[in-house]
Ligand binder design. Structure first.
Ligand code: LAN
Length: 727
């Protein structure tokens, strides 16, 4: 393929490809890939669906629904619309963008390994970056809502150049000026230093050491990387390999040009070792600790005299772990960053003709999503399980799932959930330091195949809800398989009673002092999270209602300890800090649900009461709630400039779970959410809903359907109950 210059329009709004030709293919286990049809014949043979149109931003032109008379009606209308977005296989596809440091991995990783893109993909990626450049300074941030940083701007600038945009394009002239104003690419954070070094536009000497030897330390050492958070260690394995060999692309004209464009000084006169800890102020979220800088200085002395046999053994181990990860996940891999790094390792060792290279190319497409602003790289290969679980739970809890017109769609959802459960442990299990997977539900698809505590909890809950409560639903998931899930969850509790994301906490807390990434917080080890803990409490509570005899004492013990964790993690003001959704409203919803399931509500528990009071303190005059993502950076409530529908639903759900006794705040919230509903039953996209690593927002666009439908339906039932209680 050619990366030759493209003739690019100057505005991001200009149509780059014909959107009526894009199709989303959903195959196998809910895998998503976008395809551009070149001919009219192809278009006729594969017509564009409402699902395709919706995600491309093409109006569906659906007729207006009868105006809702009450909240349940509004929820019903919401589901009438949302059913158009259900895939034939039962799940709800969706976009999963937001982070701005993923496309650079995709494009640089592809470029250095000679993996092409179609012309249309290139055009749409360019369009995405044009649309996402900040209108004021032309730069890019860590995520789409963040301010311009060197990380975002330098790397996405490089992406544009690789994709064929001329350095004289007005958007790049502007971005370059911002980059230079920020001090140029020498101040890029460590992951940026890594990618630029791979591309040969930054010297490896400007990187702090990434010693592969860590992997040949004895497993018992507290610093051994198998104890790190799985995303961090999975990135640092290929990183260490590529650092160990100082991989770099051969020089070419573009590389020579980039060396001129990215820096404020002459590239060849830069003092590279002095740049190792040079991180632009605008990028810094977690500065290195003193302890870490000392450790790096020692490693810097070790690096030139690394023992060759030890380095060789370490490199071999890293390579083996890369291969095992590829094979464990059908080349999907844990996430988008390691995916592209693994590809480089495999292209280098196995070659471009290898099966590994071919399979990496195939699964690369699963991260690439076309939307109204162009094509982006997603945070995972989708959020399939997560989205299907919430809408399923919403339908069952509101009673909408019992309505004749919705039953079939729920049974389809059950079929999808059934195939998504992981029924075995990974191919390489202990040898690749994986946690068990038998019985789990992953966040996205079966192929990706990673256990997560709360996706497993929600998967279990969703399946049980349909199987237990929807008339004529087949029992696709057997009691044995549900017990496997419970066994897995019971084994995931941490010493503090809480639940982490993918694994039990394996490393000591002080490892956080050695966070090398500068831009992300709390990434070194697993932590107990209120949301993960509450999903598990909820799932186990629901399970034992139907199966009261299965490991009853173990379940009770785990729930007691988990509830205790939840109590302890509540802030004195009454909130819980959410780590994966923004922020207090997200965590409150989960926390209040699980407290209610163990009998703790407003009238019986000070924890539930404090939670309600905390939320009510933040309710706005218009009846809704709005928290900025900045809340996640500081763990202190920061108001969003606008009220957010999804957060309003989370807060209201929390009040309902806690059985808050007065109807007014709930009625006001319902009115707000109903006032924002469109006549076809849908809601518009508002601010980002999700967060990770304290600093990066990520999109959950399906939440504006699942949580609205859920809240409106539940509020209707709850307000009726309150009225009945009164009379
Ligand atoms: C996710 C998405 C889902 C999320 C929940 C299930 C919501 C959460 O409760 C547990 C953690 C989990 C699974 C999670 C972890 C971190 C992920 C995978 C992400 C936020 C999606 C993208 C992010 C990943 C780390 C992005 C790649 C970036 C790196 C820094 C490696």
């Amino acid at each position: 393929m050619s990366y030759a210059s493209l003739d690019i329009p100057t505005s991001g709004e200009t149509s780059f490809t014909d959107y009526s030709r894009w199709r989303l293919r959903s195959s196998e286990d809910g895998r998503h890939t976008w395809h551009y049809l070149k001919t009219d014949e192809e278009c006729q043979a594969w017509p564009q669906t409402n699902l395709d149109k919706y995600w491309l931003g093409i109006p569906l032109n659906l007729p207006a629904l009868p105006p809702p008379k009450n909240a349940l009606d509004a929820a019903r209308n919401g589901y009438k619309f949302y059913k158009h977005l259900q895939d034939a296989d039962g799940h709800w596809p969706g976009e999963y963008g937001g982070p701005m440091f993923l496309m650079p991995g995709l494009v640089i990783g592809s470029y250095v390994t000679g993996m092409g893109f179609t012309h249309e993909e290139k055009l749409e990626m360019i369009r995405y970056l044009l649309n996402r450049a900040h209108p004021d300074d032309g730069g890019w941030g860590l995520h789409i809502e963040g301010h311009s940083t060197v990380f975002g701007t330098a790397l996405n600038y490089v992406v544009m150049r690789i994709l064929g945009v001329s350095a004289e394009h007005p958007a790049l002239v502007k971005a370059r000026a911002t980059l230079h104003k920020l001090g140029g690419a020498t101040g890029v954070p460590s992951w940026g230093k890594f990618w630029l070094s791979i591309l040969n536009v930054y010297d490896w000497e400007g990187n702090n050491p990434i010693p592969p030897e860590l992997w040949v330390f004895p497993d018992v050492l507290p610093i051994h990387p198998h104890r790190w958070w799985i995303h961090t260690r999975t990135v640092y394995i290929p990183m260490a390999y590529l650092y160990g060999m100082r991989y770099k692309m051969e020089e070419n004209d573009l590389i020579l040009a980039l060396r001129q464009e990215l820096y404020t000084q002459d590239y060849y006169s830069i003092d590279w070792p002095a740049q190792r800890n040079n991180i632009c102020e605008a990028d810094l979220y977690v500065p290195h600790t003193k302890l870490f800088d000392i450790l790096y200085a020692i490693l810097g002395v070790y690096e030139p005299c690394a023992l060759p046999p030890l380095r060789k053994a370490a490199m071999e181990k890293c390579y083996r772990l890369v291969v095992q990860e590829d094979e464990n996940t059908g080349y999907q891999t844990l996430g988008p960053v390691s995916k592209m790094m693994n590809l480089i390792v495999r292209a280098h060792v196995d070659g471009r003709e290898s099966e590994a290279y071919r399979l990496h190319a195939e699964k690369r497409a699963d991260f690439m999503w076309v939307g109204p602003e162009g094509m982006r790289m997603c945070g995972t290969n989708g959020s399939q399980l997560w989205d299907i679980a919430f809408i399923t739970e919403a339908l069952v809890e509101t009673g909408l799932g019992e309505e004749e017109e919705n039953r079939e769609s729920l049974i389809q959802a059950l079929r999808w959930l059934d195939q998504c459960q992981l029924q075995n442990n990974p191919k390489y299990y202990e040898s690749s330091y994986r946690h068990a997977t038998k019985g789990a539900w992953p966040f996205s698809t079966r192929t990706q195949g990673y256990t997560v505590s709360d996706t497993t909890g929600e998967g279990l809950k969703a399946v049980m809800y349909i199987q237990e409560h929807v008339e004529s639903a087949p029992r696709l998931v057997s009691e044995r398989r549900l017990c496997d899930t419970v066994d897995l969850l019971l084994d995931m509790q941490n010493y503090d009673g809480g639940f982490a994301s993918y694994e039990i906490i394996r490393g000591p807390k002080w490892l956080e002092y050695l966070n090398p990434a500068e831009v992300f917080g709390a990434i070194m080890i697993e932590h107990s999270y209120p949301e993960c803990t509450t999903s598990v409490i909820t799932a186990l509570s629901i399970f034992r209602k139907t199966y009261p005899n299965y490991r009853a004492a173990d379940i009770q013990h785990v729930i007691d300890r988990a509830v205790d964790f939840l109590h302890k993690s509540q802030s004195p003001e009454g909130g819980w800090v959410g780590s994966w959704g923004i922020c207090f409203t997200y965590a409150a919803q989960f926390a209040c649900e699980s407290l209610a399931l163990v009998g703790e509500t407003y009238s019986t528990s000070t924890y539930a009461r404090k939670a309600c009071e905390f939320l009510l303190k933040h309710q706005r005059a218009d009846g809704g709630w709005g928290e900025s993502y900045k809340t996640c950076e500081t763990s202190i409530w920061v108001e969003h400039e606008n009220t957010q529908v999804v957060q309003t639903c989370w807060a209201t759900m929390a009040l309902i779970y806690a059985q808050y006794p007065k109807p007014e705040p709930i009625e006001r919230a319902v009115r707000l959410v109903m006032s924002r509903q469109n006549s076809d039953g849908s809601w518009n996209q508002e601010a980002m809903e999700g967060i990770f690593n304290k600093s990066v927002t990520i999109a959950y666009p399906n939440f504006k359907f699942s949580f609205t439908i859920w809240m409106l339906g539940r509020a209707h039932l709850y307000l009726e109950e309150l009225r009945a209680r009164k009379s």
